[in-house]
Design a protein around this ligand. Structure first.
Ligand code: PEP
Ligand code: MG
Length: 883
């Protein structure tokens, strides 16, 4: 009995079985084709084999489910009817394209076969029907090449070199200088290569060709490069790829035909104009391959004005239908326009902002849709990236200017293979990847790089598209320089740069510059400000910043921070002359001397805090008491110890003994955090006094102050009670001395797993909890924060972890502790203020988690504040929509 399950969805002639909502089943491309057909766009008729079929194929030992073949035959009959052609019919042949398409976009990762259905008879027939023998045999040789490469794994280079040999023999340079007779000859040569490599004749039966190709697309889902791309882009949970089989239309049928790619808006700037390239008398792959230089799309207006107008009108329709900027592939067959593909276009950060703001202005989307869909946190991140500081550059040595493919400035040491780039990145280097051109096999190296440069290729080349998507500065087609893979160098003829040398690239201007240029922070546009205002309309979780210096806090406030969530006071202990006093305090073996040192440190601390309170005027400032192990402040080398002994007038032996006494086997779990304040309460006293005196002074100077004193690294209620008593007693003394009182809060970090588990015991004594997820991750996994680099690459490679848990919160384990502590804390003390100040406070995925836990705020580094604001708003909208 035939399986009734639907494996194949048809589209074309203004109808479709599927629609845009069916991405999971039909893949992105399939769902789009169906939708486009529904919208009435001129898509060539076709069918999509579902992702579920791919899944079944794998589950079923790589065999087709029953019924699939018949459904495919039905699909072909439909296409034959639509175009009045026949699959394998020499009189009027139907030729097919076979393409992969998963639910998530994976550009260039999967395989494609074009012109399928070709054989000797069909090629002759096509030549006769079109009166274009050249085109027929050009299509035929392309098909043999692609089929052999994609389906049988015979390298494309074998065919390239056969073609080059023929061109040399004929004494011609360009492909299109070969005659039709030459192409017939080439077909024979290609078939001979196929026979030699496989031991079989090239398959003549179109249906057999199709079956082989479908299996190759299924197979490409699990290719190494596809798996790697999914890993880098964190694409998980997909069951397989769909296969799109569509009637071919031909852009290579003479001067009134052509192929092109375009974005409905400029993907670099967001400007509202068609942006793209096309080639006359060419098939789609010619445009991206870079073998012929494409023309800018505006030239089409002169060449084929009607088609251009139709194209323009269609892009407007598509933007409205998809509520997003589109990336379109089109073909013109004898002045008839066909849209082959449309998808949301990849764009830079500045372009994303401009498009979002313009789309709202033009009424295509509302503010909520713009905030939710049109700008990603990664794009926002790009805007906050540094630019070259032109004023600081006196005589930069530009060694080449290429196409500005993805804006921003990047500085790094140059590497010439993807592998070398990845290795250098692991050792902590900033890397620039230089390639003649990139292919999907290079994604690992591209990802590891700060910036990418290619000597070949255009604005839609692989390097350009991928770099733009990731927001990495990229210069392509820089033919001023010659890259030599053999001796790992590049040169402009005058200067040679070797592997490991510094290079700077400017993805905004296309310049490639010798050496290491200085960078400066970016300037933010009015559109950015407008967009961020909308973001805040949908956000109800606060965003604070981690900052220790007034200038950082001021920057963060400009970026929209609503308070300081963490001021790490130990950073202030290291600066300038303070370290001397800190050392004197640590060296002293009695409380009296310690107090004298602390008294000398007090004014410094007070001055710093005063700066913070004034900068934050009106917003809360959380200051954490001293956290790191004391020996971090002491000298390490013998010379340093000798100097210190001399400076303090004590014996070298005493210095050595004291350093040795303070040394710890495991400082991360040693004498740090509240343990310092508990053994040396005078430190807590001094810091409390500095905080409160600064707050009083700032208030007297007109600032609105909201000090929050935070106790680090507690694991029990009693630890907090101990420190709270010291803080409160000190506060009373300060208020008495100053003759005035101010409000302040005392809270604690939750960063020891035990603290999370006994949060109900801690909450009664705390005004707030701030999750220190750096230490909480360290202590929950038992992974050293400082040594994870030694094993993380292996863990990621073998999927023992899916991401660095110090970057993206481990929701399953660490998150469970956060949730537990939040619940226990609030159950004991309703309204307890909750925040997060570990690095995860700036990570969008972790921010979404914090939102779900009902945290009052996240706190992150100043440059991540806008990202956190957007992530919080997007999660709020998503939750709202779920309701
Ligand atoms: C934390 O542990 O998450 C934290 C914010 O503190 P630190 O990184 O200073 O240890
Ligand atoms: Mg910590």
């Amino acid at each position: 009995m035939t399986d009734k399950k639907k494996y194949v969805y048809q589209f074309g002639a203004g109808k479709a079985d599927g629609d845009r909502t069916m991405r999971e089943l039909l893949g992105g491309k399939g769902a789009n084709l169906a939708e486009m057909s529904r919208t009435g766009l001129p898509v060539p008729p076709g069918m999509t084999i579902t992702t579920e079929t791919c899944d079944q194929y794998y589950k079923n030992n790589q065999k087709w489910p029953e019924g699939l073949k018949e459904q495919i035959r039905e699909g072909i009959r439909f296409q034959e009817e639509q175009l009045g052609a026949g699959f394998g019919d020499p009189e009027n042949p139907l030729l097919l394209s076979v393409r992969s398409g998963a639910a998530a976009s994976m550009p260039g990762m999967m395989d494609t076969v074009l012109n399928l259905g070709m054989n000797d008879m069909v090629a002759e027939g096509l030549a006769e029907r079109t009166g274009n023998e050249w085109f027929a045999f050009d299509s035929y040789r392309r098909f043999i090449d692609m089929f052999s490469d994609v389906v049988m794994g015979i390298p494309h280079e074998s065919f390239e070199s056969a073609m080059q040999k023929l061109k040399d023999q004929r004494g011609v340079k360009e492909d299109n200088e070969l005659t039709a007779k030459d192409l017939r000859d080439l077909v024979d040569r290609f078939k001979a290569i196929y026979r030699r490599e496989t031991g079989f004749m090239f398959p003549n039966d179109p249906m057999e060709q199709l079956e082989f190709s479908i299996n190759a697309v299924f197979g490409s889902w699990n290719s190494e490069r596809a798996k790697k791309y999914r890993k880098i882009n964190k694409i998980t949970g997909l069951i397989g790829t769909a296969v799109n089989i569509q009637a071919m239309v031909f852009g290579n049928m003479g001067e009134t035909s052509g192929s092109g790619v375009l974005f409905t808006r400029d993907p670099n700037t967001g400007e509202n104009k068609l942006y793209g390239e096309y080639l006359t008398n060419a098939q789609g792959e010619d445009v991206v391959a870079g073998t012929r230089t494409p023309e800018p799309i505006k030239n089409l207006k002169k060449a084929l004005p009607k088609v251009y107008d139709q194209l323009e009108e269609m892009t407007r329709k598509l933007e409205k239908a998809y509520q997003n900027m589109q990336d379109i592939e089109f073909t013109i067959q004898e002045e008839k326009l066909f849209i082959l593909q449309t998808r949301n276009g990849k764009r830079t950060g500045p372009a994303a902002i401009k498009i979002a703001v313009d789309f709202v202005k033009e009424g295509i989307v509302n503010k909520q849709e713009a905030v939710k869909n049109l700008v990603t946190t990664a794009q926002l991140d790009q805007l906050l990236h540094p630019q070259f500081d032109d004023k600081a550059i006196k005589d930069k040595k530009v060694i080449g200017v290429g196409l500005p493919a993805s804006p921003g400035a990047a500085v790094g040491k140059v590497y010439f293979t993807s592998h070398d780039a990845e290795d250098a990145k692991i050792t902590g280097e900033n890397v620039i990847l230089a390639r003649v051109e990139t292919s999907p096999d290079d994604v690992g190296g591209m990802h590891a790089s700060e910036g990418i440069i290619t000597s070949r290729g255009g604005m839609t080349s692989h390097a350009a598209v991928v770099a733009r998507g990731w927001g990495k500065p990229c210069v392509v087609g820089c033919d001023d320089i010659v890259i030599n893979y053999k001796n790992k160098s590049l040169t402009d003829g005058n200067h040679t740069v070797y592997e490991g040398d510094w290079l700077s690239i400017n993805g905004t201007t296309g310049e490639v510059v010798l050496g290491q240029l200085p960078l400066k922070p970016p300037k933010l546009s009015n559109d950015f400000k407008k967009f961020m205002k909308w973001v805040d309309e949908f956000r109800d979780m606060k965003v604070r910043t981690n900052a220790d210096r007034a200038e950082d806090a001021t920057k963060a406030k400009e970026f929209g921070a609503e308070g300081i969530g963490l001021c790490r006071t130990e950073h202030m202990f290291f600066e300038g002359e303070r370290i001397v006093e800190v050392r004197r305090m640590i060296m002293s073996d009695n409380e009296k001397e310690r107090r004298e040192s602390l008294a000398r440190l007090l004014p410094y601390q007070k001055e710093d805090f005063l700066g913070l309170f004034k900068a934050l005027d009106g917003d809360p400032v959380t200051i954490r008491l001293l956290d790191p192990p004391l020996h971090e402040f002491l000298p390490h080398t013998e010379d340093e110890k000798k100097d210190l002994a001399k400076q303090f007038g004590i014996s070298y032996r005493k210095v050595k003994d004291r350093v040795a006494a303070l040394d710890e086997a495991n400082p991360m779990l040693g004498h740090r955090g509240c343990r310092l304040g508990i053994t040396f309460p005078e430190i807590t006293e001094m810091q409390t006094r500095a905080i409160l005196e600064a707050a009083i002074e700032a208030k007297e100077q007109g600032a609105v102050v909201l000090p929050e004193i935070m106790v680090p690294l507690i694991g029990s209620g009693d630890e907090l009670i101990d420190q709270k008593n010291v803080i409160k007693e000190t506060a009373e003394k300060v208020f008495k001395d100053k003759g005035t009182r101010i409000d302040y809060l005392i809270g604690t970090m939750i960063e020891v797993p035990r603290a999370a588990l006994v949060a109900d015991e801690i909450a009664p004594h705390a005004d707030f909890f701030s999750f220190g997820t750096n230490d909480l991750t360290q202590m929950t996994f038992g992974f050293s924060r400082d040594d994870i680099g030694k094993f993380l690459p292996d863990y990621l490679e073998r999927k023992i972890v899916l991401h660095d848990p110090f970057q993206t919160l481990d929701q399953k384990g660490v998150g469970k502790l956060v949730a537990e502590a939040a619940d226990l804390g609030r159950a004991t003390k309703p309204g307890l203020k909750l925040g997060i100040c570990g690095e995860h406070g700036g990570d969008p995925e972790s921010i979404a988690f914090c939102y779900k836990q009902g945290l009052d705020y996240v706190s992150c580094s100043p440059f991540r504040v806008p990202i956190a604001r957007l992530a919080a708003a997007q999660e709020a909208i998503a939750q709202q929509e779920n309701k």
